[in-house]
Design a protein around this ligand. Sequence first.
Ligand code: ADP
Length: 286
Amino acid sequence: MVISIEGVSFTYPRSDRPALDGIDVSIAPGEIFGFLGPSGAGKSTTQRILIGLLQGYAGDVRVFGRPPAVWGADYYERIGVSFEFPNHFLKLTARENLHAFAALYRGPTRDPDALLDAVALADDADVRVAQYSKGMKARLSVARSLLHDPELVFWDEPTAGLDPVNARRMKDLARAEQAAGRTIFLTTHDMMLADALCDRVALLVDGRIAALDTPRALKLRHGRRVVRVEGEDGAGEATTADFPLDGLADDAAFHAALRRGHVRAIHSQEATLEDVFLATTGRSLG
Ligand code: ADP
């Protein structure tokens, strides 16, 4: 496992309730793992522990087999972080930022321009970061997180503020990085992104993991097991009817619906991850 978290709890000083309340997560090499939860759920706290910024937790945390605090400076050669440090050099351009940060690493680093292109910032490479929007800064952080070719990256809301075309590029980047063997720990509110990209997701609420599985398994578990037939009756009026998936082959009403009039569409009623989140936690992510 790249990351192993067992029974981890953490309470901030002077806080009367735990920010993390006994969480267990294991992440395999090359996995894209989504950490989903509303604001205040404990996502940042978990990430801070994983990157070694927070200590004093109860339970066991290992990254590459050792607790983060035990790792020395070489830990930061092996992980890439796109959160907590939105401390870009604001007076420098994006390209200058990447060159400046590349100089801090011991090993070889990747081409800043290729990275800027991959995060949809090529056109703004020469703009001072002070003029960047929050979303642009987040994407620059993603580019930075990859500079030194780390084995494990932590990405926070990489698609925030992106239009669909550029959100697609970010997904492509994530898949390409995964194909190159990297493990990606992704924190997001974006259920569509998590669904499209993540091998597994954890739903975090109030410091607890409410569900953890592949998006498909979660959606199947929470989906309505019905098939919806949309059609048109003889008078051209739209019709909709739902039939249970179980016993469909012998469902006379279903067969009648198929024979009657014109069928426009047939869908099984899969839940979305958003539905799963709501059903599991009683909360929406919004
Ligand atoms: P998320 O990243 O999911 O929004 P956080 O990990 O930031 O959640 O927060 C989890 C809980 O811990 C929240 O109740 C939050 O108010 C609390 N918390 C976060 N940071 C601090 C801090 N520095 N001091 C005290 N409480 C904190």
